[in-house]
Design a protein around this ligand. Structure first.
Ligand code: GDP
Ligand code: MG
Length: 370
């Protein structure tokens, strides 16, 4: 039966469990916080408390992590999450590195900056920005296909000594399909043969009209080598973020997305998680894709231990029982039993799916060989 434990429901809504029990009583249901109620009753309660129900899936188990929409007053501004995309060799990696080097303050003496696939910087005007270090187009699409929409803004890098190329067009299409606004970074402007104007007019053909040509897509001339225009680019991102009015509720059980994950010989499964809503805390129990775990320790992008991570903050998480995949969604739940149950259920479902797909492949392979 579709059900949720009363305390879990209260937890999800960030409401006092006593209030939820009281509300249930008023509806004529005598239950304690440890008892389960069915999904329909839960829905009534959720509406009673002024939240909206978003069902993740129809399956019984997924009901346990039924998502609750936050009240407007609980929403606080959060930093934007930025992905850099563009054609190979146009300078994605160089730009990411240049921004990191210019902005990330080196740690304590001798401290080596830990690389966790994402980092946060602050603009000169103080706005924090989160950069994802996975510029691959494949990563972007595979994450989206796994249900994780992690990017708020795409920086489209186009080299001024080249022009719009196939992967530039691909990136434009990805961003448009995802409904993510773009900022054009016209890179390599230090080169004598650079022709930024050609980039701008090239982009017109792909319905990207930059501000310089009276459109509404911000464009900034930069050089990852000299650092020219980097601060301007960051301010453009901050401005775009302001327009987007990005908000989330930091005071609720965390939800996040796996940016990357690996099995570390010494430390076991390790995942870099971008917290999207709520605050992830040490000791939290969670499910992530087909895995579950309990946060044993967290490290931020500078390799420092942290006890909690709020919205748009990337952290490396230890304490997983298995290695999740990039794009998997992490949800904090109340009990280990729940976490285990959901992970088991998902593993079973995935196994069945794989078996079915495997059978099909084998048949195809047989036919191909015949
Ligand atoms: P990616 O494939 O998009 O990640 O491109 P890379 O960052 O690897 O850069 C490709 C090449 O272009 C490297 O040789 C970089 O040194 C060079 N490059 C990147 N940005 C600039 C720039 O602003 N100016 C110049 N002159 N060279 C650049
Ligand atoms: Mg690269």
């Amino acid at each position: 039966p579709e059900a949720i434990v009363v305390s879990e429901l209260a937890n999800r809504m960030a409401e006092r469990v006593g209030e939820v029990v009281k509300s249930l009583m008023q509806m004529g249901m005598m239950v304690t916080q440890n008892q389960t109620i069915d999904a329909d009753t839960a829905e009534l309660i959720i509406e009673e408390f002024g939240h909206k129900v978003v069902r993740v899936s129809d399956s019984d188990v997924e009901q346990v992590i039924t998502q609750v929409e936050d009240k407007a007053e609980d929403l606080k501004p959060r930093p934007p999450v930025i992905t850099i995309m563009g054609h190979v060799d146009h300078g994605k990696t160089s730009l990411l590195d240049a921004i990191r080097d210019a902005k990330v303050v080196a740690g304590e003496a001798g401290g080596i900056t830990q690389h966790i696939g994402a980092y946060q910087v602050k603009t000169e005007s103080g706005a924090p920005l989160t950069f994802l270090d996975t510029p691959g187009h494949a990563a972007f699409t595979s994450m989206r296909s796994r249900g994780a929409q992690v990017t708020d803004i795409v920086i489209l890098v186009v080299a001024a000594d080249d022009a719009v190329m196939p992967q530039t067009i691909e990136a434009i299409n990805h961003a448009k399909a995802a409904g993510v606004p773009m900022i054009v970074a016209i890179n390599k402007c230090d080169k004598p043969e650079a022709n930024p104007q050609k980039v701008r007019t090239d982009l017109l053909q792909h319905e990207v009209i930059v501000e310089e040509l009276s459109g509404d897509v911000q464009d900034v001339e930069v050089s990852a080598v000299t650092g020219k225009g980097l601060e301007e680019l960051l301010e453009a991102v901050a401005l775009q973020a302001e327009i987007l009015e990005l908000k989330s509720n930091p005071d609720r059980p965390a939800q996040g997305a796996v940016i990357e994950a690996k099995l570390d010989v010494g430390r076991g499964p390790v995942a870099t998680v971008l917290v999207q809503t709520g605050t992830l805390k040490q000791g939290d129990i969670f499910v992530v894709g087909e895995q579950w775990g309990k946060v044993r320790a967290m490290e931020n992008d500078q390799g420092n231990r942290v006890k909690e991570a709020g919205p748009s903050v990337p952290v490396e998480v230890l304490g997983l029982n298995g290695t999740p995949e990039a794009g998997d969604v992490l949800n904090v739940v109340s009990t280990e039993a729940q976490a285990r149950e959901i992970a088991d259920y998902r593993q079973e479902a995935a196994k069945e799916k794989r078996a079915a797909a495997g059978a099909a492949t084998t048949l195809e392979q047989l036919l191909a060989k015949a």
